[in-house]
Design a protein around this ligand. Structure first.
Ligand SMILES: Nc1ncnc2c1ncn2[C@@H]1O[C@H](COP(=O)(O)OP(=O)(O)OP(=O)(O)O)[C@@H](O)[C@H]1O
Length: 434
């Protein structure tokens, strides 16, 4: 990586206010992007990956100042663009272009594709129509279309062809950086491969840096030199592509990689199932944001639980307020024929059912942990929610929930934000049963 990157993003933040009432008073914030930092060298392709809603598109539009960031800095070719005025931004936008996912909505149906591709030239002051036409015709050929396509209209082209045209438009000002947001996701797999190989050719030819945004790790592996993994508005791991795929350090990265479909049956058993929904970015979890779903979440030192058991005990503890209703369990057991009335359902039956709902075995592998869980459940069934919560919170809390991990260098040369990395003990991910 060059010492002076082309693009340097520092603690970039984009929060959207959540407002209420006619006065639109702010009642919360969607923390779509929450302090991300990364560099991109000239000519390099950096992948930005993560599940839907983790903030990739917002990161893209904020770093290009298509919308104003809430905080942080973006340094492009040595200059901080964060405080640029309109004239300076216009100059910046010659050098940094955006490409979107949906080629169909990227074009004005009333303009010929040639006019669309030439539009940025006109906006940036090239008055000579003939010259604009020559440049665009040449570019259309370079993206695999014909010069005569200049006068045709968007509806005459397939999705793949439209994405070629979008690429021509992104390149027409000869930029140094293209931010491509899911540029091939809307295309058939065979067409995806064509567009990817075209992007690579043009990248080499134009010496382009690309920020390649995708939820598809298979594509990212093919295209990118380095990859940054996002989860709930934050970057949790950055590594060069081979290191990331061969030796991922963050449990979230491991889970994403393990979910890539593979034809190799020996690797299929290594799938890591992520439980639970992605939490809301308006109220992200404390500590490590991934702790509510992490299969490798760290257990308290005093216990020696099987990792899957521990994950499920923690699920119960974390969801006790929202997803546990003892009265509902009693009603359910009556319906199942366990008793005539809810009042007659025994404490043990309710505790058994609660364990079953959370997939917790009847007895935990660690007897101390089992005794505490049993006490907590007893308090819950007796209606003393506070005591139940206290018992479970005291015993089953985790550093992952308490302390926010920062990105740190790993022995593999990557950076990852995970307490397992702090401790220098990457744990083998638990294999799934299926
Ligand atoms: N204008 C907005 N106002 C409020 N919330 C927004 C706005 N734009 C995005 N969000 C929220 O910010 C979060 C991040 O969205 P974003 O589109 O950046 O994620 P993404 O990773 O690109 O997802 P996808 O792949 O589905 O596009 C989401 O929870 C989304 O609902």
């Amino acid at each position: 990586m060059s010492p002076d990157p082309l693009l340097s993003v520092r603690e970039l933040t984009k929060h959207y206010p959540i407002t209420k009432g006619v006065l639109k008073s702010e009642v919360g914030r969607v923390k779509a992007v929450d302090g991300i930092s990364f560099d991109v060298a000239a000519g390099e392709t950096l992948g930005l990956v993560g599940e839907s809603g983790c903030g990739k598109s917002t990161a893209a539009t904020s770093l290009l100042r298509l919308e104003d960031p809430t905080g942080g800095a973006v340094v492009f070719d040595g200059e901080d663009i964060t405080d640029y005025d309109d004239t300076e931004l216009k100059r910046f936008r010659r050098r940094a272009q955006m490409m979107f996912q949906d080629p169909s909505s990227s074009f004005d149906p009333r303009m010929s594709v040639g006019e669309s591709v030439a539009e940025p030239l006109a906006i940036h002051g090239m008055r000579d129509r003939g010259r604009r036409r020559r440049i665009v015709e040449n570019l259309l050929e370079r993206v695999g279309l014909a010069a005569t396509d200049f006068d045709r209209y968007p509806h005459e082209f397939s999705g793949g062809q439209k994405q070629r045209i979008a690429l021509a438009r992104a390149l027409v000002l000869n930029p140094d950086l293209v931010v491509a947001d899911e540029p091939v996701s809307a295309l058939d797999v065979s067409i995806q491969a064509e567009i990817i190989s075209l992007m690579r050719e043009l990248q080499a030819e134009f010496g382009l840096a690309i920020v390649f945004i995708s939820h598809d790790l298979g594509v990212v592996r093919e295209v990118c030199d380095r990859v940054a993994v996002m989860y709930l508005g934050e970057i949790v791991e950055v590594a060069d592509t081979e290191t990331l795929f061969e030796d991922p350090q963050h449990p979230y990265t491991r889970a994403l990689i393990s979910s890539i479909p593979t034809p190799d049956p020996s690797r299929r058993g290594q799938r890591v199932e992520l439980t639970g929904d992605v939490p809301s970015p308006s109220n992200p979890p404390t500590g490590c944001r991934f702790h509510t779903r992490c299969p490798e979440v760290i257990q308290p030192e005093q216990f020696d639980l099987d990792q899957t058991e521990w994950r499920r005990v923690l699920d119960l503890r974390l969801r006790i307020d929202d997803d546990v209703d003892v009265d509902d369990v009693r009603t359910f057991l009556v319906a199942e024929g366990d008793a005539e009335t809810p009042e007659e359902v025994g404490e043990d039956a309710v505790k058994r059912e609660l364990r079953r709902e959370f997939d917790i075995p009847a007895t935990l592998s660690d007897p101390d942990a089992d005794a505490i869980l049993s006490n907590g459940l007893s308090a819950l069934v007796a209606g003393d929610d506070q005591a139940a919560r206290r018992t479970l919170d005291d015993a089953f809390s985790t550093v992952c929930e308490q302390t926010h991990p920062v990105l740190e260098s790993t022995p593999q040369g990557s950076t990852a934000a995970c307490h397992l990395v702090d401790e220098g003990v990457p744990i083998d991910p638990p294999a799934n049963d299926d």
